[in-house]
Design a protein around this ligand. Structure first.
Ligand code: ADP
Ligand code: MG
Length: 396
């Protein structure tokens, strides 16, 4: 168990300079207005807690993929939005290291909140450069990581700095670890995982790791067709990763041989001639895909099959849409699954960037137990990997 800010004593926070790595990588329009402040709002509990404890709160984040100092990617609009949300001024510093920053930080009063400049203006950030980490560490006494979305990257502000300063997690990361950790290690059973998405190659490790833990493994989405092809079925023009057909064959055999694992594959598919809205589509049994058509969604028989497993589950973990949900009619299966999760009594966990947006799109996000905020980070967590930005934090 990782130490959280709530495990620190008042004396460890009051009057201390606390460097908090947040994920303020938010979308903005041309006029530099923040168009979606969800990530800023998500960090508020940690920021408020530290400010209330009398810490000098120094926030640091990356924004986009700058190449050196990039005017368009300065943090000023974010500081403004954060200020509005907190109901107080949040000063934006011109850098995240160096004398100017040191001076600004030493002038802070207890409970003040400042935001430093985009940490990726320094190339050393992503190189996890030790000197740069030391410079970052020099502006603070304590380090808090609350940026789950970048915790799978060993960068200076996510990992290097915690080699120097005592590091703990904030409330966002704590919740991710609690929800995902508990569902993986001590789930209410039956434990059902639904794995979809586009490519089997990106989910091999997830499938392997989950197969050891779940009672039922449901496969859907684009990867279905690589598995089908591996078993010798005609899949037409469906998405297939030719290079992974052999591997898929091996994985399939392993899954089949896993004791006490129930495997569920789609029984039918929505097929079409091309990936365009309004293209004619029809439903066929999964082994009847014509050579000139492609599978783009699960069919009604599959929806029923998946729902049956969902209905009796104690825990459901979902990663990967089961159809091309971005294109209007092909999102039906994904929508149905999202709604089934929402109505279920089970603990429901959704991981993955596209899965999270699918749940939002279905309008049921508030009825899911936990939607992970990290795309790549949640995937690596589901693979059973240690995330460097979390592993480096202090244990309880
Ligand atoms: P996540 O971000 O939740 O981990 P992925 O990135 O693995 O999910 O997969 C999402 C993508 O999978 C979506 O863009 C969706 O269009 C695609 N997808 C789902 N089903 C199919 C399919 N049958 N054929 C092609 N692509 C699919
Ligand atoms: Mg994705």
């Amino acid at each position: 168990m990782k130490k959280c800010i709530s495990d620190l004593k008042n004396g460890e926070l009051q009057g201390k300079r606390v460097l908090v790595r947040v994920d303020f990588n938010v979308p903005m329009d041309k006029q530099k207005n923040v168009t979606d402040d969800m990530r800023i709002r998500a960090a508020l509990p940690t920021i408020r807690y530290l400010a209330d404890k009398g810490s000098k709160v120094i926030l640091v984040s990356h924004l986009g993929r700058p190449d050196g100092v990039t005017e368009d990617l300065r943090m000023d609009p974010i500081a403004r939005r954060l200020g509005e949300l907190l109901g107080r001024t949040v000063r934006k510093l011109d850098d995240c290291i160096g004398e100017g920053v040191m001076a600004a930080v030493s002038a802070l009063e207890n409970g003040d909140v400042v935001l430093t400049e985009n940490v990726r203006f320094h190339r050393e950030e992503e190189e996890n450069d030790e000197t740069f980490s030391r410079q970052l560490a020099a502006i603070a006494d304590v380090y808090v990581n609350d940026a789950f979305g970048t915790a799978h990257r060993a960068h200076a502000s996510t990992e290097g700095v915690a080699r120097i300063l005592p590091g703990v997690c904030g409330f966002l990361i704590q919740r991710e670890l609690e929800m995902m950790g508990r569902s993986l290690d001590d789930p209410r059973r039956p434990f059902v995982a639904i794995i979809g998405g586009a490519k089997v190659s990106t989910k091999i490790m997830v499938i392997r790791n989950l197969a050891r833990k779940v009672d039922t493994l449901i496969i859907g989405g684009g990867m279905t067709y690589t598995f089908l092809k591996a078993q010798g079925f005609e899949v037409g023009k469906s998405l297939v990763e030719e290079k992974f057909v052999e591997q898929a064959k091996g994985i399939w055999a392993q899954l089949k041989a896993t004791a006490n694992l129930k495997l569920i594959m789609p029984a039918d598919a929505v097929i079409t001639t091309g990936l365009v809205a309004g293209a004619p589509s029809q439903v066929v049994p999964i082994d009847r895909i014509p050579p000139d058509m492609m599978g783009v969604d699960i069919g009604p028989a599959t929806v029923a099959l998946f729902k049956e497993a969902i209905r009796s589950a104690g825990t459901i973990l979902w990663n990967g849409p089961v159809g091309v949900f971005e294109i209007e009619p092909f999102g039906r299966g994904t929508n149905e699954i999202a709604r089934a999760l929402a109505s279920s009594q089970a603990v429901t966990i959704v991981g993955g960037g596209d899965s999270a947006s699918a749940v939002e799109k279905a309008g049921v996000a508030d009825r899911i137990t936990h939607i992970s905020t990290g795309g790549g980070a949640s995937l690596e967590y589901l693979e059973g990997k240690d995330l460097p930005g979390i592993a480096i934090l202090q244990d309880k």
